[in-house]
Design a protein around this ligand. Structure first.
Ligand code: ZN
Length: 471
């Protein structure tokens, strides 16, 4: 949700506290089972309220968010002994004669309903292990609901580090997410049950060292595959069935250009690690992929074609960026030039090639692009915007911006109006040009790549500009 895009909200929407704090306080006065029941009821109410809030805001009617929030919570058996509880994020259950293994736990606010749905299908549900695919809240959030005292929890070796920084920077990330997804509440939840984090693995899996065990005759192999939705991705392989439980390794669409960069924030993802992780999956030759978002993907041939395309597209963008850097090209040149060749074209609704180029650049070369001295000092270009307006005049600058708009150069226009608005943030003529430039970008985004994050961002800026114009 992580993710992405869309996902990330989805990662958090469930965490919406809607005035149920009182119930939280009551919980501690009950016995363990009664407490669990009250707690789950409270979570259900919060989950329902979160969905309602999304629907009221109109967010559930379009875009990828809708794809997730409208998914009903129900249990299904997708292969013999392999169950899935659907929802914003799915929870998978492997049934064996020697106890049950859960892979991913859903949002904390959906987990009680997912648990109930699975209990209806498997009356003797008894979890020996919970395996979490990574630290994002839509995958690890439900641990508190599913876990019993002796349940083993397995995660990637980097899980705790990822959980640490996502917790420490929660306010920062929360504000970014709220900007993109305005229906989120102002503050992250503080009551312990809803709050992000606090998952403590009992065992971890390191990169290059698969964790294998057999339970009730079912072979389980866990592979640490970093580079996708963070450094702590874990996938579960069922070698007897050739089924891969992929968590969020592929993102919400398969196949797609991967989300090496995510606008909501989070560390830059490592492209070469991601390619190496894809290689490992290709070597397994899966016949079915069961992601923790949306539906399973079946058909070995289709899966292999998708996997190879994702690997080759990521490698292509990586290598082209490196080549351009060595040739002394600027990051903007490369963002403009690098395009997937026709045989590697993949949807960019989630990950986006030009943003991957910039991320790969900065991953290798840091934020200092080795051209402007000013980059080394804490004085932004905007510090002299007022000087430019004083010399050039606001009206001629706005006129130039309009000329760029006529030439269909909205980004040039935005640069110029930013200068004017840097001196007077309420300048209506400049705000109107900004609005037109954003509208042009948004129309292009909707007609071209349909990248969710680009659309969310432009929608936010347009809304903000319209509010300023209305003052
Ligand atoms: Zn997710």
């Amino acid at each position: 949700m992580a993710s992405g895009s869309k996902q990330s909200i989805l990662k958090r929407i469930g965490l919406i506290a809607v005035g149920i704090v009182v119930v939280g306080a009551l919980i501690f006065t009950f016995s363990q089972d009664a407490r669990q029941a009250v707690q789950n009821e409270a979570l259900n109410k919060m989950g329902d309220a979160a969905v309602q809030r999304m629907k009221d805001s109109g967010a559930a009617e379009g875009g990828v968010a809708a794809d997730f929030i409208n998914i009903p919570i129900e249990a299904r058996e997708i292969s013999d002994g392999l169950y899935q509880a659907t929802g914003v994020a799915n929870a998978q259950l492997i049934a064996t004669d020697a106890g049950h293994i859960l892979f991913d736990t859903g949002l904390v606010t959906q987990a009680p309903k997912q648990l109930k749905a699975l209990q209806a299908a498997i009356p003797d549900l008894d979890l020996t292990h919970i395996i979490v695919s990574h630290s994002h809240a839509d995958h690890s959030g439900g641990v508190k609901v599913w876990k019993k005292e002796d349940t083993k929890i397995i995660a990637h070796q980097e899980f705790e580090e990822e959980q640490r920084y996502l917790t420490e920077l929660q306010s920062y990330f929360w504000n970014r997410n709220r900007t993109l997804f305005p229906f989120m509440p102002e503050q992250p939840p503080t009551i312990e049950l809803l709050a992000y984090g606090g998952v403590e693995p009992t065992s971890t899996v390191a990169n290059g060292a698969p964790y294998k065990f057999t339970q009730g005759g079912v072979d389980i192999e866990l592979f640490a595959l970093p580079g996708a939705e963070g450094a702590d991705n874990l996938v579960l392989w069922l070698p007897q069935k050739k089924i891969l439980l992929s968590g969020d390794f592929f993102g919400p669409i398969f196949p797609q250009f991967p989300n090496i960069f995510t606008m909501r924030g989070e560390k830059i993802r490592k492209p070469v690690e991601y390619i190496a992780s894809l290689e490992q999956i290709i070597a397994l030759q899966p016949e079915m992929i069961v992601p923790s978002h949306k539906n399973p993907i079946t058909g070995k041939e289709k899966i292999m074609i998708g996997l190879i395309k994702m690997r080759d597209a990521t490698r292509f963008v990586h290598d082209a960026t490196v080549k351009g850097m060595n040739e002394g090209k600027t990051v903007e040149q490369l963002m403009m030039e690098i395009k997937l060749p026709p045989e590697l074209v993949l949807t960019q609704q989630h990950g986006r090639v030009s943003w991957a180029v910039k991320s790969i650049w900065e991953y290798y070369a840091t934020w200092f692009h080795f051209d402007k001295t000013t980059e080394l000092y804490p004085v932004a270009a905007s510090a002299v915007y007022a000087d430019i307006v004083d010399v050039a005049g606001a009206a001629p600058l706005v006129k130039k911006a309009k000329d760029h708009l006529i030439k269909k150069q909205p980004v040039h226009a935005l640069h110029l109006v930013d200068i004017v608005l840097g001196k007077d943030g309420a300048d209506k003529t400049a705000l109107r040009v900004r609005k037109d430039a954003l509208q042009l970008l948004l129309t292009d985004a909707e007609n071209d790549l349909q990248n969710s994050y680009e659309i969310y961002w432009l929608t936010y800026r347009l809304r903000d500009t319209e509010e300023k114009l209305a003052r």
